[in-house]
Design a binder for this molecule. Structure first.
Ligand code: SF4
Length: 304
């Protein structure tokens, strides 16, 4: 959301071709939208305006992704259309493809795939038979391509945590679901800590609430000063997931430069020790620009 956020997701569909198979994934869980507005999807105009504003007005310098709990290639045409519109208005924009890889080969001839700076492909083994044949051409198009083993954890029903420790997860990601609800992280999939909905709340207000919660969660003593503690949602106070992103006690690193700035901010706020933990997945650097030149955008074809 701001200069210390590494990834902002705008979920472009609720569909996933593996959703019915993966019982431990929130994708098709009935509680997913039960406590949240789910009548109005984010429009293309809203997504583009918000992403462009993040880069141009709020100092965001990370990656825009499209997944949250969907498979983004289920609506690839929309995804490519949004990427082109955002890149035209905000040339600094960079994009993340997080995909199960099963549909990749359909886009081999789609030049807009080269707009991505990073691809993380989750390998579901026998559900993704064509995955490895896609990797050579994908690696020619995208500067950083990582394949990670699928690991469905217990996020549907984590046991509450009994003792206090800061959570730095919000320095990694901000997630707007398909209906515009802002989630604190991928573990907040029910939206119990949601700062609001992009369809009905100005982006500036969401960012202000977001930073208040993040700083309350990331300071020491736990939950920070009284004023920031008051902004930390109850769902975070007992969240049993917060250690997963913070095994080292540091801001998880995906975009290295941003993670380091975030660590410095956390140290300033509350004295967490600054270290140099290994990056998650690829050591992505902001100099790893997407392959196509800006003036090539006009020649890019949307996917099927
Ligand atoms: S405490 Fe839990 S729900 Fe809150 S931001 Fe951290 S991991 Fe997400």
């Amino acid at each position: 959301m701001d200069s210390l956020t590494q990834i902002v997701n705008f979920e472009i569909t609720t569909a996933c071709n593996l959703g019915a198979l993966h019982k431990l994934c929130p994708n098709a869980h009935p509680a997913r939208f039960a406590s949240l507005p789910h009548d109005t999807p984010m429009s293309d105009e809203l997504i583009v305006a918000s992403a462009v504003a993040l880069y141009r007005e709020y100092g965001f310098r990370g990656l825009v992704g499209w997944h949250y709990y969907c498979e983004p290639l289920m609506d690839a045409k929309r995804m490519f259309r949004l990427m082109l519109a955002i890149r035209r208005a905000a040339p600094a924009a960079q994009f993340l493809l997080w995909s199960n890889g099963t549909l990749l080969d359909r886009y081999k001839a789609t030049s807009a795939i080269g707009l991505f700076s990073v691809a993380v492909i989750t390998n579901y083994g026998h559900h993704a038979p064509g995955l490895y044949s896609s990797l050579p051409w994908l690696r020619e198009q995208i500067p950083v391509v990582e394949v990670v083993p699928a690991k469905l954890d217990g996020r549907l029903d984590f046991a509450p945590c009994g003792y206090a420790r800061p959570c730095l997860r919000m320095y990694l990601e901000a997630d707007f679901d398909f209906f515009g609800n802002l989630h604190l992280c991928c573990y907040d999939w029910r939206g119990l800590g949601s700062p609001g909905n992009l369809n009905t709340t100005p982006l500036a207000d969401l960012i202000e609430r977001w930073i208040g919660i993040r700083e309350g969660l990331g300071t020491v003593p736990y939950f920070g000063t009284e004023s920031s503690a008051a902004r930390v949602p109850d769902s975070c106070r007992w969240c049993g997931a917060r250690f997963l992103g913070n095994a080292t006690g540091h801001v998880p690193g995906f975009v290295c430069e941003i993670a380091q700035s975030a660590r410095e901010r956390v140290a300033e706020l509350g004295g967490l020790e600054i270290g140099n933990p290994p990056a998650i997945f690829a050591p992505f650097k902001q100099t790893d620009k997407a392959a196509p030149e800006r003036n090539a955008l006009d020649g890019m074809l949307p996917g099927p």
